[in-house]
Structure formats: structure tokens, C-alpha cells
Design a protein around this ligand. Structure first.
Ligand code: HEM
Length: 356
């Protein structure tokens, strides 16, 4: 099977559920799309609804470019561009309506829950209740602007950012992990030893927080794959004031791109930078030099989903490999990727068997 689109559906469902507290069924939708006779045991209306929502988000991402690169004049007066941009605007209206309905429903649920009763554990609930009497930090800060509860468009923006940034990033990273494990059998063996030591023969028990702390080698693999093959290959920054970079003077407002790949492969920071070696991360006391490992960016705009992403990836590795044997169909085949804002895996043909 081509496992890469499955990872996309999985991380989509996962992030939507974590952020909004609503179940998402794009995996079921993808199963139904591929299978002629057997269908997923999920209510088809729910499946169709989530698939439509996720398609709309993808369409929005692709369509946004028209507002960046096509002038307002062309968008308003040339039917081809006008139809395209109207379509994208209609699409975002659909996304907003769907998000607003979720927010409204959750606000009502929160209002109907007595103050001493627990609420759902999802990000939407946390950000709706932030700066309200349910917030444990309520009244601790005096700044009125910081202390006001968030408006619906603000809530929508946060959830939307999370869905967009939290899907393809983790999905492609796990695809690259599978690829590297298939090419480095010693690393894979060491990883399986760690997983088997922790889970023994239990292939179904839920993962605990302790397990996550103990899956140190899995974490090292995630970091090493991301160092050697970072899915985000550069970071944009805008110079606030004139500055010297690379021996040249640049005026304020210059947009620069920080080359993550070059930093991750720089001999000044890494021993044998081109060698895939997860063990470097588990050497006692090892800490990468400041700003030399930036898979999640850095500074004020550092990825807010970095801890979640690590937990998700480590858990996914343990869940998959404690139960299944996964190998590439053709180890000689080059990794198929496409680079844009991030480097995406376009196909990963694997064979999956139950582990005995
Ligand atoms: C392996 C997975 C991930 C990678 C490699 C990754 C990487 C990045 C990078 C490089 C940035 C830019 C940081 C900067 O400019 O300094 C970023 C930003 C961001 N990420 Fe992630 N990310 C991952 C997962 C996630 C997840 C799971 C979420 C959501 C829960 C998320 C949400 C965001 C958001 C909202 C931003 C924008 C932050 C801002 O501009 O202030 N990311 N991510």
C-alpha cells in the first residue's frame, strides 16, 4: 500500500479531535473511497461532513496563493481570476460557518456545565475558558487587554492555524521515519528492542505518559530524521532594522530565509553531519549547540505544537511497530518528494504484516 496518504488522514483526524474536541473521520472517508464493497463502520453522514470540511481547508490553502500573486485589478475584472477568487471566498465562508457552529455548541456545553464539574480536554475548551472564572489564572494579571476572553474570530484563527500546521508536518515526518528505518536495519532493531522492552508482548494496551518518557530511542530517531531530512527547509524572517548578514549590509524590511538544511548539515555544529546516526542524541550530556537544531524554528515564533508533535510521533512509532512489521516494497527506489513550503512525501509504497 501507499502509506503516505494514510498518515495525512490520520494526523488530520488526530489534530482536529485534539483541537476541537469533535471526532473527525477522514481515515474512514479515505477507506470508503478506496474500497468498493467493504465500508467503514462509521455513520456516513459524519464521514461525509468531515471529509468536506478537510477538503475545504486544503482548497483554501491551495487557493490562497491567488490573493498573494494576482493583483486586485485582475481579480475584480478578469472573469477567470474573478471566478477563482470568488470560489475561494465562498469556501472560506463555509469553513468559518462550520467552525462557528462548533464554537457555539462548545460555548453552550461549557455554560451548561456547573463550575465544579470537569470539562472536555481539548484546545477549544481551554481557549474558550481562558480569562474566565474557569481559568486557574483568572484575576492573576491586571492588564485588561490580556485578561479579556477571546472573541469567536480569534478562537477560529487559533484552531485553524493548528489544523493547518499540525497535519502535513507530522504526517510527512512519520513517512520519512518509515523510510529511514527501512534503510537502517540496525537502528530499526534497536528501536524494536526498546519498544518490546517497554510493552513486552502487549500489542494493545494504551500508551502511558511514563512510556513516552521511556521511549528515548524513538525520540532520538524522530530528531535525527528531522535533522538529516527536515520537512521545513527554510524559515522566513523580516529584518526590523538594518543589519549585517553573511558579510553584506541589508536594509530594514528585507525578507531573509534561514536555510535549515544548511544549518543541520554544518560541520561546525555536527560531527559527521551527513551520517544518519540517532545514537548521537542519546550520548550522556549531549545538547545541540544553540540554534543548530531548528526543526521547529526558534525564538518568539517557535512552533507551538512542538511537544505535541514529538508525543504524537513517538506514540505512533510505538503503536505501529509493536504490532506490525513495516518494510519498503522496493528499497532501491528513491524517496518520492515534492518541496514547497514543506517537503512532502508523495508516495511511500510499503508492505505491512502482523508481527509474530
Ligand atoms: C513534526 C512536526 C512539526 C514540525 C517539523 C513543525 C515545524 C514548524 C516550524 C519550522 C515552524 C516555524 C517556526 C519559526 O518560524 O520559527 C512552525 C510553526 C508553527 N507550528 Fe509547527 N511543526 C510541527 C507540528 C506542529 C503541530 C502538531 C502544530 C499544532 C498543534 C503546529 C503548529 C504550528 C503553528 C500554529 C505555527 C506558527 C507559529 C507562529 O507563527 O507563531 N506545528 N512549525
Amino acid at each position: 500500500m501507499d502509506i503516505s496518504p494514510w498518515f495525512n488522514q490520520f494526523t488530520n483526524d488526530m489534530i482536529i479531535t485534539l483541537l476541537t474536541g469533535e471526532r473527525s473521520y477522514t481515515m474512514a472517508g479515505y477507506f470508503n473511497e478506496l474500497s468498493d464493497d467493504e465500508k467503514a463502520e462509521r455513520p456516513s453522514a459524519l464521514v461525509d461532513e468531515t471529509v468536506k470540511f478537510v477538503h475545504a481547508i486544503r482548497k483554501h490553502l491551495m487557493g490562497l496563493l491567488i490573493f498573494q500573486f494576482v493583483s486586485p485589478f485582475l481579480r475584480h475584472y478578469f472573469p477567470y481570476f474573478k471566478n477563482k477568487s470568488d470560489d475561494i471566498i465562498q469556501n472560506i465562508e463555509f469553513i468559518n460557518q462550520r467552525m462557528d457552529a462548533i464554537i457555539k455548541r462548545r460555548r453552550q456545553e461549557i455554560e451548561n456545565t456547573p463550575l465544579d464539574k470537569p470539562l472536555q480536554n481539548d484546545m477549544l475548551t481551554s481557549i474558550i475558558t481562558a480569562n474566565t472564572p474557569r481559568d486557574i489564572n483568572y484575576n492573576k494579571i491586571n492588564d485588561k487587554e490580556v485578561m479579556r476572553p477571546m472573541t469567536d474570530p480569534e478562537l477560529r484563527g487559533i484552531i485553524f492555524d493548528g489544523i493547518i500546521n499540525g497535519t502535513d508536518t507530522t504526517a510527512n515526518t512519520i513517512s520519512f521515519i518509515i523510510y529511514y528505518l527501512a534503510h537502517y536495519p540496525d537502528v530499526k532493531k534497536k528501536m524494536l528492542n526498546e519498544i518490546d522492552r517497554i510493552f513486552q508482548d502487549d500489542k494493545t494496551r494504551p500508551i502511558t505518559e511514563n512510556d513516552i518518557h521511556n521511549l528515548k530511542y524513538c525520540e532520538a530517531i524522530v530528531k535525527e530524521v528531522s535533522r538529516i531530512f527536515s520537512i521545513v527547509n527554510s524559515l522566513p524572517r523580516c529584518l526590523e532594522k538594518p543589519d549585517e548578514i553573511g558579510g553584506y549590509q541589508w536594509p530594514a524590511e528585507t525578507i531573509i530565509r534561514i536555510n535549515i538544511d544548511a544549518i543541520h548539515h554544518n560541520e561546525e555544529y555536527w560531527e559527521e553531519p551527513d551520517k544518519f546516526n540517532p545514537d548521537r542524541w542519546i550520548v550522556e550530556g549531549f545538547e545541540p549547540k544553540k540554534n543548530s537544531f531548528i526543526m521547529f524554528g526558534g525564538g518568539l515564533r517557535v512552533c507551538p505544537g512542538r511537544k505535541l508533535a514529538m508525543i504524537e510521533l513517538v506514540c505512533l512509532m510505538a503503536l505501529l511497530f509493536r504490532k506490525y512489521e513495516i518494510d519498503l516494497i522496493d528499497k532501491e527506489a528513491p524517496l518520492k518528494t515534492e518541496s514547497g513550503v514543506l517537503t512532502a512525501c508523495t508516495e511511500l509504497l510499503v508492505e505491512i504484516k502482523l508481527r509474530n
